[in-house]
Design a protein. Structure first.
Length: 218
């Protein structure tokens, strides 16, 4: 009988203690929300890591720097982001409400990286061989002389000038650009005609081929 009474007494104490602990835990829960911004321009810092130190869990800010997480009173919260100094904030234990808002300001931090030397070749000897065999480009004067030689050839014999071999000069490029712009404006809002299926164009092509116009041209 005494054993039953003692067991009942212990279970009652355990039950009420657990209920009181659960009630106190629920009262200590806080909805912690806010925004993380920079200290110089007050711009939001996206994807900032927010960790509850003892719990080992947390959340991150969204693209606009906002966050919201459930914490306990007296929890130590850390804010860390790439390029900013890590800061800490402790949840007050004197809160009367279950909500708490914060505007956390973070200052920029300079990250010092070790010096890295990048070589274009695995060994110094290979680099030396490649350097000696490099083709140094012409200077501006030599490039101008080559361009003038091409223009002089075109002026002397424009019929035998081959643009595919020597490339188009400035006037030809400009003319080609103007023609493309005129076609785009002329056929704005409609489909550009395609002579591939045009019977009249095919008839003219066959007739020109029979007349030997292509032989005379080339």
């Amino acid at each position: 009988m005494k054993t039953a009474i003692i067991s009942f007494f212990l279970l009652s104490i355990l039950f009420f203690s657990k209920s009181a602990f659960s009630q106190r835990s629920r009262e200590e829960l806080v909805q912690f929300s806010g925004v993380v911004v920079t200290g110089d321009s007050l711009r939001p810092i996206p994807f900032t890591s927010i960790m509850i130190e003892k719990a080992g869990k947390g959340t991150t800010t969204d693209y606009w720097g906002f966050f919201s997480v459930v914490v306990h009173k007296r929890d130590l919260i850390s804010f860390s982001a790439l390029g900013f100094k890590k800061v800490y904030f402790r949840i007050p234990d004197t809160l009367r409400e279950s909500r708490y808002s914060l505007i956390q300001v973070m200052s920029s931090d300079t990250i010092m990286l070790s010096e890295t030397v990048i070589y274009p070749w695995p060994t110094r000897q290979q680099f030396r061989q490649a350097f000696l065999k490099i083709a140094i480009p012409d200077d501006d004067a030599e490039i101008a002389r080559k361009n003038l030689a091409i223009m002089d050839m075109h002026d002397r014999d424009p019929k035998n000038y081959d643009p595919e071999k020597f490339g188009m000069n400035g006037a030809q490029n400009y003319r080609n650009y103007v023609d493309r712009q005129v076609d785009k404006m002329y056929y704005a809002g409609q489909t550009i005609p395609n002579n591939l299926l045009n019977p009249i164009a095919w008839a003219k092509f066959i007739q020109a081929w029979k007349n030997g116009d292509f032989k005379k041209k080339y």
